[in-house]
Ligand binder design. Structure first.
Ligand code: SF4
Ligand code: SF4
Length: 322
């Protein structure tokens, strides 16, 4: 956040236009026009870091992740309401849809319309740092909606778990990364502290039992589980370790994994309705002229609408079928 502030002040207040936007949009837009800009360099480094240390970028560098941690530190779990847990499982598909739309809109559609650039040139100050359609009010709405509101409804790091398209992109790279949280000894007592410490809701014990390491692409290498482990059985390591859970710890890991909800027809119905409507709106350009604030509100609005409709349908079905 400090770097972002320095960047914006340097560009807009001091008028020093040397390093332009490092946003993912600048990266896609530069590539689409044959320009290797500041966004290109920034994201090339981020992708290399993802190959080494998975989504450590999300846990340690992302400015929005930093903002979420500030909000969570300020509000904690004080405001949390209980929503049906069933709504959470299928949300994992959403970041990939958002990423697909971003890549199509900012990169592929330009290549299709204007052709692949004949040559690529370096231009660091290609795109202004805070340009595009962002307005003061849309930034405030985004900050409130994806910060306290999501925290209130879905819990910690909800944006990172369910909506962030950059997280989806880094997941692709991190699936082959070498740095993982690994089990390093056989002293694990199956206490579950690692599962409880994880804000990304990774089933740490289940993964340790199945793979001897945290396998989930939701892991952001925040190291909260390693800090919480009373027996120092897990560490971040680049090297493969050969260790497995004791029989007692493995049994506890299996019991805790069984408590996790499985996908149902209800979840699939909402996911299909929600994703297909969002994609059609975007591809048909129906929301193209909508103000930025409307676009920001559309995704959660549609989710609530479809959740309500499917819930009503299910209740009515149960009532008349029994
Ligand atoms: S608590 Fe552990 S498993 Fe969860 S995100 Fe952080 S490092 Fe990964
Ligand atoms: S890895 Fe550590 S925190 Fe997790 S269950 Fe084993 S002993 Fe507990």
């Amino acid at each position: 956040m400090l770097l972002i502030t320095v960047h914006v002040v340097t560009w807009y207040t001091l008028g020093i236009h040397v390093v332009g936007s490092i946003g993912i949009e600048a990266f896609f837009s530069g590539l689409s026009r044959g320009v290797l800009n500041a966004g290109f360099i920034f994201w090339a480094l981020a992708f290399i870091s993802a190959l080494l240390l998975g989504r450590a970028f999300c846990g340690w560098f992302c400015w929005f992740g930093g903002y979420l941690e500030l909000i969570e530190w300020g509000i904690g779990d004080k405001l949390k309401i209980k929503i049906p847990q069933r709504i959470l499982l299928y949300l994992g598909a959403i970041p990939f849809v958002a990423l697909g739309l971003k890549i199509y809109g900012a990169l592929l559609s330009n290549w299709i319309l204007r052709g692949f650039p004949a040559e690529f040139t370096f231009r660091l100050a290609d795109v202004e740092p805070w340009g595009g359609q962002q307005t003061g009010i849309s930034i405030v709405i985004t900050a409130i909606l994806f910060g306290p509101v999501l925290l209130y409804v879905f819990g910690r790091r909800a944006w990172c778990r369910y909506l962030c398209p950059i997280g989806a992109l880094l997941k692709v790279f991190s699936s082959v990364c070498v740095g993982k949280i690994r089990l390093v000894n056989d002293e694990c007592i199956g206490c579950g502290m690692c599962n409880r410490a994880c804000e990304m809701q990774v089933d740490v014990m289940g993964d340790l039992n199945a793979y001897g390491k945290v396998h989930s692409s939701n892991c952001i290498i925040c190291l909260k589980c390693t800090d919480a482990c009373p027996t120092s059985s897990i560490v971040l390591s680049l090297r493969r370790k050969v260790a497995s859970l004791s029989t007692g710890a493995a049994a506890r890991a299996e019991r805790s994994s069984l408590k996790r909800r499985k996908l149902t027809a209800f979840d699939v119905a909402i996911a299909v309705l929600w994703i297909s409507t969002s994609v059609s709106f975007n591809l048909a350009g129906l929301n193209q002229n909508a103000p930025q604030e409307m676009k920001v509100l559309m995704t959660p609005g549609l989710l609530l609408l479809f959740y309500g409709l499917v819930w009503l349908g299910q209740k009515t079905w149960r009532r008349y079928a029994t």
